[in-house]
Design a binder for this molecule. Sequence first.
Ligand code: SF4
Length: 128
Amino acid sequence: MKNTSNGKSLQRELLKIVEASGSNGVSMKSLIKYFKIEDNRISELVELLERRKLVKVVKIKQGNREELLLYPSKVKVPMIPISLATVSEVPCFSCKYLKECEVEKNPSPTTCEILKIWIEKKVKESNK
Ligand code: SF4
């Protein structure tokens, strides 16, 4: 979907997606797919954000595969297994407001009804 060449705006957008994903986290694979840039470029940006303590990176195992999940730094990383399908369903990936959406702005992931409803639905599903 994206192919932003500016490193700073790419970093900001990446961080925004991670923040919007909350405790669901977002997979590195989804980010690579979304931004349509080389794997190592995303890895560099993620490393940079991790060093600045803006994101947490967690390695999870899905069968024989390993996947990296990114979480906002303030989120307590859940200890339950997470479905990668769920991670790629985060509504922000298909939202027309993704570019403008930021914490403490309008729209914001902290006040977004779409995201709230989606998270509540996932919580209900996981409690069944
Ligand atoms: S408006 Fe909601 S769904 Fe859209 S990017 Fe922001 S938090 Fe995500």
